[in-house]
Design a protein around this ligand. Structure first.
Ligand SMILES: [Zn+2]
Length: 291
């Protein structure tokens, strides 16, 4: 089953659900993530895809967790056409299981800020931040949407990691009552949410996004809208990474030229780009010309 995001609506509520197991495995492979980092990054990337689903074409979203825990920062970028990329600062963090016997994502993230940036393509990006509540990601995004964007939502995210460090099930949902939703609908939604199973358990059973929406919205008559294929994709290129070299000082750049070779790694996707002595010399001349 490939990774897919499905949108559905019913009177007064919109619901998005996504299965992201393959793209989370791609991120684990690219960044060599241990389980806690895999869960934290996988949830953040899935959350970014769900939030990006509300954007228009050409728009994009970045979610950035900056906590004081051992994982350091986590960043994910997503677009409404189903592309996501992301990285975690310390992918090799290992902590004991938490009191519930689960991966301690909250402890690994710690306290700090979650920042969401929407790139509209026109004018300045729109940025909002709020305090990290639990570091468990889904709760933090639910809180962010309510506090910073005044959008009551319920976000559920899950990544199940196996002993061999692979994700066996990853995905999530985002449910948003519309401003005109009446009290009766809201209280039925709350009842459903109290009973809902972890989304990773549904995916581990083989459920896709439509089946997740049906389980989550039991008793509601859902209308299914679009579905979008999802994948890990980075926009990096050798040209874009030249900027990293151009921003080095003259002396650092000169020593790279003397080494005769440099490798620049894209931190979003782990792709490595090689620069020869001639290419480095050209960039040094260009940078010196701009100084
Ligand atoms: Zn990249």
């Amino acid at each position: 089953m490939s990774d897919i995001l499905v949108k559905a609506i019913t009177k007064g509520v919109r619901v998005y659900a996504a299965v992201t197991t393959d793209l989370v495995n791609e991120a684990i492979r690219r960044h060599d993530c241990y389980p806690i980092a895999a869960a934290a990054l996988g949830r953040t990337m899935t959350g970014a895809l769900l939030m990006a689903a509300n954007l228009k074409n050409q728009e994009a979203i970045t979610i950035d967790f900056r906590g004081d825990g051992p994982l350091g920062s986590i960043t994910a970028d997503a677009t409404p056409d189903g592309f996501v990329r992301g990285y975690v600062h310390n992918p090799h963090v290992d902590l004991p299981l938490n009191a519930q016997g689960k991966l301690d994502v909250g402890g690994a993230i710690g306290q700090g800020l979650v920042t969401v940036t929407r790139f509209t393509g026109l004018g300045e990006p729109m940025r909002g931040s709020c305090e990290i509540v639990s570091g468990e990601i889904a709760e933090d995004l639910t809180n962010y949407l309510y506090v910073s964007e005044q959008t009551p939502s319920s976000v559920g995210l899950g990544v199940l990691v196996d002993k061999d460090f692979k994700a066996v099930a990853a995905g999530g949902f985002m449910l948003q009552p519309m401003p005109d939703a009446d009290e009766e609908i809201i209280s039925r939604l709350e009842e459903n949410l109290q009973k809902v199973r972890p989304v990773s358990a549904m995916i581990a059973e083989g459920k896709g996004p439509r089946a997740i929406i049906k389980e989550l919205m039991a008793g509601f008559d859902m209308e299914f809208l679009s579905s979008t294929e999802l994948s890990f994709k980075c926009q990096c290129s050798k040209e874009r990474l030249e900027d990293v070299l151009l921003n080095l000082g003259h002396d650092d750049m000169q020593s790279l030229v003397e080494d005769g070779h440099a490798e620049v790694c894209c931190h979003f996707c782990g792709e490595k780009y090689q620069f020869s002595r001639e290419e480095l010399q050209k960039l040094l001349d260009l940078a010196d010309g701009l100084r």
